[in-house]
Structure formats: structure tokens, C-alpha cells
Design a protein. Sequence first.
Lengths: 360, 265
Amino acid sequence: MSAKPVFMTYTKGDVVNFVVLMALAFLVIPSIVETDYWYTSILIPWLCLALAAIGQQIVMGYTGQLSLGAAGFMAAGAFACFNFILRVPDIPFFVALGLSGLVAAGFGILFGLPSLRVRGIYLMVATLASQFFIIWMIDKFGWFKNYDTSGIITAQDIVIFGHAFTSPMEMFFVVVVVVTVLTLLAMNMARGSTGRNWMAVRDMDIAAESMGISLLRTKLQAFAISAFYCGVAGALFAFTYLKSLEPVAFDIKLSFEILFMVILGGLGTINGAFIGAAFILLFPVVLNSVGNNLFHGAIDATIISSIEQVVFGVLIIVFMIYEPLGMAKLWDNIKQRFLRSRSLRNEVPRDHKGLSKQES
Amino acid sequence: MQAERSFPIGAPILELSNISLSFGGVRAITGTSFKVLQHEIRAIIGPNGAGKSSMLNCINGIYKPQEGTVAFKGQVLEKINPNFIARKGISRTFQNLALFKRMSVLDNILVGRRLHMNANFLEVAFQLPKARREEKENREKSEEIVEFLEIEDIRDTAVGKLPYGLQKKVELGRALATEAEVLLLDEPMAGMNVEEKREMCRFILKVNDELGTTMVLIEHDMGVVMDISDSVVVLDYGKVIADGPPEDVRSNQNVIDAYLGVAHD
């Protein structure tokens, strides 16, 4: 914390982390991952959902407004992106992606309005409206689906500078670029005055107001930015993971999953969004392969998926009670302990020397 | 002592006229008027439930009085909400601590710098020069306050983990960080020991002396009130029963009656 920034506001540790992660994404992973399975079923959905979780983190973890509409905003973003590419000729993909985020942000402001009046669990119920309204709207008006009757629309190819990014690895790169940029922006906001305003509103709204923070503007800003992240995540999710657009993919279950990611990952941390998303996404995969390999299919698949629900439920309760700051905090603690034990080990011999000198 | 002040007491900066506030049928304040002069340390005292905190909440815009007006620098405050009044230049601390518990000490004080930071979220997100410059400047200012309050060793600690006395200090720091012209301090020394109180008094006097900040403080410790305040207003049952320099108030029969009770026979 007290480390000096070396580049802009980033400390040496931040820069090292960034370089390592980028090397992983662009050099290590492409050279060691051989099957498409890793890209299409793990890495791409993980990054997309982590991005949505950052959105949830902004509104819930940083600003303290309980919201349960993440999947609704994702749907808005996904269908907005589909329509921009469909209806605006030659629109660059990243422009369409940004605009879909803005459309979602508009919805975010609209459905953030109840936060000015109600809070806590009541607000959560109010934000459910976004979830149901957006999905209903897409289903009700055929225009959004380009009057497609089959129910599932194939997503267009991602074309950037005339090159179609169709292979899983290429799509992964597109996702990495978008997620990296947006994560950096989120980190800047969270560490800067914007983030402090959010947290002030979260921790003590009356005091925040007395310091000259407008509750109305701060809350709506958080809802808008959060929905922007969810919208972009939704568009990426549809275009790179689902490769199709269907409103049912963005049902309430997804909203809950994103909520769990944030709670388990750690409220009010950007890392937590990634850790939580990885956990929620990978846990069923791990459980399945354990079920298959260890018990050779002796356990029914439905039981495994039930176990999954039970474990999530228990974990959420445990985290709420013992570590409200989530897995990100656990990770920090482990790191701290490791560093401390290492520095202790370095110190001990010196002490011994000092002692022996005195004795002799 | 009065003659050496670098900021001599001036014209009225806050004028409360005929303030009445009630909650349902309970009258908290009834037709109260008093003035606060520029650069003075004004104490509000009175028995429990006299309406002292309600008075501050009216000045700061948390409560909206049913009657009466608050004028700041000769102008009646037209909007009554804490955000608007903070922007006018009135800041405060709270009786029961209203800190941002999960944020560090330094971040709490930085929130106090809110009105000195104008970069919007995009400028912050992209770390444009304006955002970086103002972050640097305000961090330096906040560090100065941390140093002034002698809390350097806890600057990175989450406020919620600190003992009560230190939290009170941080809250004063946050209020100071606003550089407001008027500070409303709601029992800044409640629950402190003599040592801590003395230290707090020193800070308050120093700020008043060096920056000329006008202070309105609620305090129960008469010793402290008599020592540091320039004038005292005494409230009882929502009404002003005495107003004047501390030595006059101390000998005022109404005040003695209000504190000690009076025999009705």
C-alpha cells in the first residue's frame, strides 16, 4: 500500500503482475493449450463472466447497492451488439461492443432509480425488474431478434480490420484484450476518487453527503458503469462463448451466479471478480470429473449437480460469517503469511549471530 | 490572548433565525435564534435532549426545520440538503461517528477532499493528467493532515479497526480536509480521557488559530467549554436560555437551574 508508484498510479508489484498475466495470455496459454475445449469451455466464459462480475462488483461491492439484474444487462448488451452489427453496415466490432455497453448503461440508470428510495434487500427485489423487463422486451418485440422465429439466432462473425476472428484461440485473444482494458479502467476508478466516492456511499451515506458527495449522482453513476460492464460482458459472452443469441441464456440463474461470484470472490475487490468467476465456473467441472473418474459414473449426474448447489449454499454462508471479504482476502492472507515467514526466516540467522557474539 | 489572534473575530457568518423543528408531536427546537461570528469558537451546551445535535443537523441540512431560516455569510440557504450545504463551505463531524469503516484512514481523509477534486469518472478511469494531478495534490494535502493529527502510523489501517478515540481524531481529520469555513463538531471529545481531550483541544485551537476556521461545537465537559470557546449558547428544551461569553454563562441563574434542576414549590 505504501509502495511507491512506478508508472502512473501503479506500483512495481502491479506492473509485474500485469506483465506476467499478459505473457500468460498471449504466450504461455497459446503455446501449451492444445485442445479447443480449454478456450471454448473454460477460458472464454471465465473472462466474460469475470467482466460481468466486475460490473456487479462496482454496484454491489464498491457502492453497496444490492442488485440482481446483471444477466438482464448482459442480455441488453448482447442483443444491442447483434442489432448494431446487423443494422449498421461496416460498424467496427469494438465500436459495436462499446455502444452495446452504453445501451446497457442506459438501462442501468433506469433500473438504478429505485436505489434512490429503497435499500438493501428491497432494492434487490426492485432491480429484479430489469432482469424480467429486458428479457420480456426482447421476446415481445420481434425487431430485437430481427423477426427470427426459431428462437435462437446465430451471432455474426467478429470482424476486426477485415479479419474474421472465428477460431477459439482468436476469439480468446479478442476477449483478453477487451477484458484487460476494462479491468484496468475499473482498477483506476476503484483506486481513484471515483471509487472513494462509491465506497463512501456504501459505508456511510449521510457522512458522504455531508462531504459533498451527491448520493443521486454517485449511485446512478455506479449503476450505469456496472451495467456498461455487464453489457459488454453479455455481448462478448454471446459472440464468443454461446455464438448465438437467445434470451433464455440470460435468465435469473445467471444473475444469481454472478452475485455468488462477487460474494465468494470478495466484495469490493477487482481480483475477487476473477477468483469468484473461476470458482463458480470451474467447480461444477471439477465436481463432474471427480464424479466420473473417482466413482466411475456410480454417482448420478443429477446428484452431482445437486451437490454443487448445496456446496455453493454452504460456502456462501461460511464466507458471509467468517470472511466477508471472500476468497480474494484469503489469497491475500496466504500471500502475507508466505511473505512474513520468508522475512522471518531471513531475520532469524541474524539474531542468532547477534546472540552468539554477545555470549562469546 | 484575544489580541494575538491572527484571525480576529468578525461579523456573523451563520445566522439562525427562529428555527423550529419537531418530529411528529415532539418539539425538538422551538423558535431558536442565535448567531455565530466569523473565526470564533462557539460552543453549544445544554442538558441531554436539549436539541443540540438537532440544531447542528438543521445547519448542515440533514433535518429540515419546519420554520425559520439559516443564513450563511448573509445569504439564506435556499436548499436544505447536506450536499448543497457542504458545497457552500460548512463541514461537520458526527456524534456517533460516521466514518467510512472499511476504508483506510487516509482514504477517509481523502473523501474529505471531495470538493477539491473535480475530475469525472472518465478522467479517473483513463488516468488523464487532470485526474493524476489532482490525486497527487490531494494526497499530499491529506498526508499533511495525517501528520498534523499525528496519526501517521495508522494511515493505512481500516478505520473500523481503530479504537474510539482514534476514530474521533480521524473524523476531525476528515472534516479538516474539507477546508470548510465553518466546522460543526458534534461532541468531538465524547468518551475520551483527559489526555485525549487535551490533545483534541490543542488541535481545535490550532486549526482555529492557523486557518481561522469558525467552529461550532457541542460539548458536555464544562472545563473544556470554558477553556476553548469564545462564546457559548445554552439550550434547554429546544430554547436558548443563555447566550454570551463563557464566564457570563457560567454564572447565569437560568443555566444553573437547567443543569442542577430547580425546586418547584
